[in-house]
Design a protein around this ligand. Structure first.
Ligand SMILES: Cc1cc2nc3c(=O)[nH]c(=O)nc-3n(C[C@H](O)[C@H](O)[C@H](O)COP(=O)(O)OP(=O)(O)OC[C@H]3O[C@@H](n4cnc5c(N)ncnc54)[C@H](O)[C@@H]3O)c2cc1C
Length: 231
């Protein structure tokens, strides 16, 4: 199936630094697939300010799944059909410039707008939870116990279509004023930031000879995808 490019809507059109936008849908996939957490922004009915809360997620094709307690205010609000905004941010480095004005960050970030739908059909709900679990901890759905009826009933799963989304990427060195470059006033460059998995730390309640499964030991390190162009 051919997937549509990211076509900007009035609210997903970048106002600042529009050259940092990409219409390539695979760039959205890449940000969502490398990120571990998103921020869900929603204005619950009766609230006077938006709630923007960090949470986990998973992507299946053009659907983003979120989950949590059925009692969670943000999820209940999102499930009620009010507009939501979800962001995922990957920080790739801090950009040191010759003037503090031009300090920056290298990043890949995604913003998704839409209306989330509560997933209630048991098979679809289980699928959504599997997608989220496999995103956070690949190989775990078939390794750990699946949720039972009580756990499923206590969990809400939301599906958000990835139709209206934007991706913004900054890469490369600082953009200093020529006068500051010529004056050589300060060191300038990029200090990259790499997210790495560490050594697994077995639960103290495991038998001491319990083997660590391969889906944990051999988990690939998060990708440091370079932007297609230096922006
Ligand atoms: C790690 C990180 C640090 C940043 N630090 C700063 C900072 O200190 N100061 C600063 O001014 N800006 C910073 N930015 C950029 C910031 O996210 C905004 O893009 C910028 O401030 C313009 O905001 P705006 O309100 O004019 O949005 P507009 O450009 O008017 O936003 C219009 C639409 O463009 C899209 N959009 C905007 N920003 C992004 C984005 N980052 N990712 C994906 N889609 C986007 C959204 O769909 C949004 O609705 C940072 C971004 C990241 C990821």
């Amino acid at each position: 199936m051919t997937r549509s490019p990211l076509s900007p809507t009035p609210r997903t059109t970048l106002g600042r630094s529009p050259d940092r936008a990409t219409s390539d849908r695979t760039a959205l996939d890449a940000v969502l697939d490398v990120g571990l957490t998103c921020h869900l922004g929603v204005l619950p009915t009766g609230h006077t300010a938006p709630m923007v809360l960090p949470t986990g997620y998973g992507r299946d094709g053009d659907t983003l799944y979120l989950h949590g307690s059925t009692g969670a205010t943000s999820l209940r609000a999102a499930a009620s059909g009010v507009p939501v905004c979800v962001t995922v941010t990957l920080v790739d480095g801090v950009v040191y410039a010759r003037s503090v004005f031009h300090f920056s960050m290298n990043y890949r970030s995604a913003v998704v707008y839409g209306q989330a739908k509560a997933v209630t059909d048991p098979a679809a709900k289980s699928h959504g939870l599997r997608v989220i679990t496999e995103h956070l901890a690949p190989g775990s759905w078939s390794h750990a116990r699946e949720p039972n009826k009580k756990e499923l009933a206590a969990t809400s799963v939301l599906a958000l279509d990835l139709t209206e989304a934007s991706v913004k990427v900054r890469g490369g060195p600082p953009k200093d004023d020529e006068a500051d470059v010529a004056a050589g006033v300060a060191w300038a460059g990029v200090l990259p930031l790499h997210q790495r998995w560490g050594q697994p730390e077995p639960c103290p309640l495991l038998p001491s000879d319990a083997e660590i499964p391969e889906h944990v030991t051999a988990r690939p390190q998060p990708g440091i995808a370079k932007p297609a162009k230096e922006i």
